[in-house]
Design a binder for this molecule. Structure first.
Ligand code: ADP
Ligand code: MG
Length: 263
């Protein structure tokens, strides 16, 4: 496996801060409070799982932290930058430079090869001189070096998600947000994506936030933040729970035993 220059991190430093954030969606004369007065911080180099039942506000929280949407109240700071103070254009620019995004459905462009999908954020940012060796190193570390010429439809789900992770990391972002990244994968492939994320955090000092409703995914993180009905219900260190089963028991005790399988 190729070595990669590590991001210098300090766990004392805050990478993401969510300060009294609420998000209300309006649909006609109805309004849905997806998040209510949420406060949390994520340290530089930390791997955090955000858990909660379907509809608890996980995706909304991730979208707010990633700067994809703006809060109704409160503010979000990423890598020292208060997102609220940025214009829409500057926010888009900031997001492209500082945030990596990974989704459940991979969201690759079908007509592009894996290589061009990975490089897409650089092309979108207008970068013309591409360092091929950096791409090859990244692809190596993600185990997809021999898949770069393939289009998404000839890649397995796990390979497509690795390509999506490479695309998220090609700009060397301060933080990677992944919304249910294992939700479309079988459990063995899902676990290999978790293991990869753990390695990215340990070896490359990346800050990673994974949204999931699966305890077996959250168990790979350093810390779990549990949402319920748009509020932070609980936070705990995974180290306090020896294995995924014990974490699952604790989680279900917190949110109640029954939870829909679909997020
Ligand atoms: P989760 O990811 O935990 O399933 P979401 O953040 O997607 O939760 O949704 C939280 C709540 O906000 C849900 O009640 C959902 O229906 C609502 N919601 C999410 N996005 C929108 C939207 N664009 N418009 C209206 N309501 C929304
Ligand atoms: Mg969701």
């Amino acid at each position: 496996m190729t070595e990669f220059p590590q991001r210098t991190t300090s766990k004392q430093r805050t990478m993401a801060a969510v300060n009294h954030v609420s998000k209300v969606y309006r649909q006609g004369d109805r309004s849905v409070a997806a998040l209510l007065d949420v406060c949390l911080t994520i340290a530089d180099g930390e791997f955090v799982a955000v858990m909660g039942a379907s509809g608890s506000g996980k995706s909304t929280l991730m979208h707010l932290m990633a700067g994809l949407t703006r809060p109704t109240n409160g503010d979000v700071t990423i890598d020292g930058q208060k997102l609220e103070s940025l214009s829409d254009r500057k926010l888009t620019h900031f997001r492209r430079q500082h945030v990596g995004l990974v989704f459940q459905a991979f969201n690759l462009i079908p007509s592009l090869t894996a290589r061009d999908n990975i490089l897409f954020p650089l092309f979108a940012a207008g970068q013309k001189n591409i360092d091929e060796s950096e791409l090859d190193d990244l692809a190596d570390r993600l185990g997809i070096r021999d898949r770069l010429t393939h289009r998404p439809d000839s890649l397995s789900g796990g390979e497509q998600q690795r390509v999506a992770i490479a695309r998220a990391l090609i700009t060397n972002p301060a933080v990677m947000f992944a919304d249910e990244p294992t939700g479309s994968l079988d459990s063995v492939t899902g676990q290999s994506i978790c293991e990869l994320s753990r390695r990215l955090c340990d070896n490359e000092k990346r800050t990673i936030v994974i949204v999931t409703h699966e305890p077996s995914v959250a168990a790979w993180a350093d810390r779990v933040i549990v949402l319920k009905d748009g509020k932070v219900l609980n936070e705990f260190a995974t180290a306090d729970h020896g294995d995924a089963q014990s974490l699952a028991t604790h989680y279900h005790r917190l949110v109640g035993p029954r939870e829909p399988a679909i997020a």
